[in-house]
Ligand binder design. Structure first.
Ligand code: FMN
Length: 447
């Protein structure tokens, strides 16, 4: 089953028993968030038939398990991590389509905030936020479309604050603001997971991130020209909002419960004013709880892709990389082929200069990255802190790290827990063949 759009994803989640279905109505204020929170722990997605805001259905926790990622990539689950990082370096240019499902139905732009089931997630949040918005704007520096996933605070029936913290859109907006002109922008909601993920990946200058989405999907993304602004947007999205990001209307933003698990506020973010809106005939809203598995996994994959990209530039061989769950991509474990301690140290230092990464642990090839106890065993058994750990102060970190200093400056730490050339001897292992032969006995006993 190919996952071309969000409806396909719902069908897949249902077929593999990972979808909790709730007819509703459920309140957009805290109640949907509560459902997402509980289901996230069980690696399940949630479909809500209707909310107290109206009849629009929604699905949340879409990337609740790597099974979904594997299905989207079209590979077996055990190959999903590898396939993802390998395909991140590829590019497949998007196709321009004359029409697309996202343009099917015109909506009343002035009341879009009432139509959408925008969620309030946490106690202490300033209000309701769009958390799955892909913002697109033309980048005059390169002539391409700049895109990113950006949270949007509801500020009225037709307006949303937009947190443009990261490039490329932070830079495109800064130029528009300096020139004192509003920035035409298109916001799409409701994408299949790889298109959504690609919008959050680090972009290459002068290149549309949808080319990365095409490489992940193994086929081009269809783009349609948004009717009001002319900005090319994913044709298979569920909802399209068009308008301007207005630099003359910057306001305090938040508090907003962030992916890092803390509330974050900004002194001023600009306001996106909706001038035109379209959607599919029966659109599906994509809900995403910032502290749920899906948001963390997305940032984790963004970090995994960045680490893989850096690996090409250093003389060590990275055989696997895994962001530690619930570290929002700030903590990564890398598995290395044998290398000298000096090279491993140089590699750790290179990784720590990547904004997203705060803690990195390098482990040897016999370690299971999915097993946190195996990683921890490596740290205590194969490293000496005074020799094999590196701490670098004063580096650029993630703006959502609640412990960071001003301007997201942070210290970072790397651990060489490979033991290569340092820890002699042989690890005690029960032979794999014996494990395979005897596993069936144990299963029978347990029953
Ligand atoms: C779920 C999710 C939410 C995000 N929210 C924001 C946001 O509110 N503001 C922002 O600037 N970036 C946000 N990002 C990050 C950007 O979309 C994107 O990762 C970044 O622009 C990548 O480029 P960079 O690595 O060059 O910064 C979010 C990413 C994800 C996965």
């Amino acid at each position: 089953m190919a996952l071309r759009d969000l409806t396909d994803v719902v069908a897949f989640l249902r077929a593999c028993g990972r979808l909790a279905e709730v007819d509703g109505p459920v309140s957009v204020r805290h109640e949907v968030a509560a459902l997402l929170h509980m289901a996230s722990r069980e690696h399940r997605a949630v479909w809500v038939g209707r909310t107290d805001r109206g009849p629009l259905s929604m699905v949340g926790n879409v990337l609740c398990h790597d099974e979904v990622l594997a299905q989207a990539l079209g590979v077996p689950p055990e190959q999903a991590g590898r396939a993802f990082v390998e395909r991140c370096t590829g590019r497949v240019r998007p196709r321009v389509a004359a029409d697309g499902p996202v343009l099917e139905r015109p909506l009343e732009a002035g009341e879009i905030g009432e139509f959408l089931p925008v969620l309030t997630h946490y106690e202490g949040d300033s209000g309701a936020f769009l958390t799955t918005a892909v913002v697109s704007a033309l980048d005059p520096r390169t002539g391409t479309v700049a895109r990113g996933v950006h949270r949007m605070e509801q500020r009225g029936p037709d307006r949303f604050g937009v947190a443009l913290l990261n490039p490329p859109l932070s830079e495109v907006y800064a130029e528009a603001k300096a020139a004192g002109r509003p920035l035409p922008a298109a916001v799409t909601l409701g994408h299949e997971p790889l298109t959504f993920l690609a919008a959050a990946l680090k972009g290459r200058a002068g290149e549309d991130k949808m080319a990365a989405a095409g490489a992940l999907r193994g086929e081009p993304v269809d783009l349609v020209s948004a009717p009001h602004t002319g900005i090319p947007v994913p044709a298979e999205a569920e909802i399209l909002l068009e308008g301007v990001i207005d630099p003359s209307d910057e306001r305090p933003d938040g508090p907003f419960g962030e992916i890092s698990g803390y509330h974050v506020s900004f002194s001023a973010t600009p306001t996106f004013v909706v001038r035109s809106a379209r959607c599919r005939q029966t659109p599906l809203y994509h809900a995403l709880l910032p502290t749920g598995w899906e948001a963390d996994r997305l940032l984790g994959m963004v970090a995994e892709a960045s680490v893989q990209a850096l690996a090409g530039a250093v003389p060590v061989e990275v055989t696997a990389v895994r962001a530690t769950p619930f570290s929002y991509g700030a903590s990564v474990v890398v598995r290395l082929a044998p290398a000298t301690p000096d090279r491993i140290r140089a590699f750790l230092e290179t990784l720590l200069r990547e904004t997203r990464v705060k803690v990195v642990v390098a482990v040897a090839e016999d370690v299971d990255l999915e097993d946190p106890w195996d990683v921890e065993w490596s740290v205590v058994s194969r490293s000496q802190p005074d020799r094999d750990w590196v701490i670098l102060p004063g580096l650029q970190g993630q703006p959502i790290d609640p412990s960071a200093h001003e301007h997201a400056v942070t210290a970072k730490a790397g651990v060489d827990a490979t033991g290569y050339q340092r820890v002699p001897g042989r690890r005690a292992r029960v032979p794999r063949a014996a494990l395979e032969r005897t596993r069936a006995f144990l299963t029978r006993r347990e029953r």
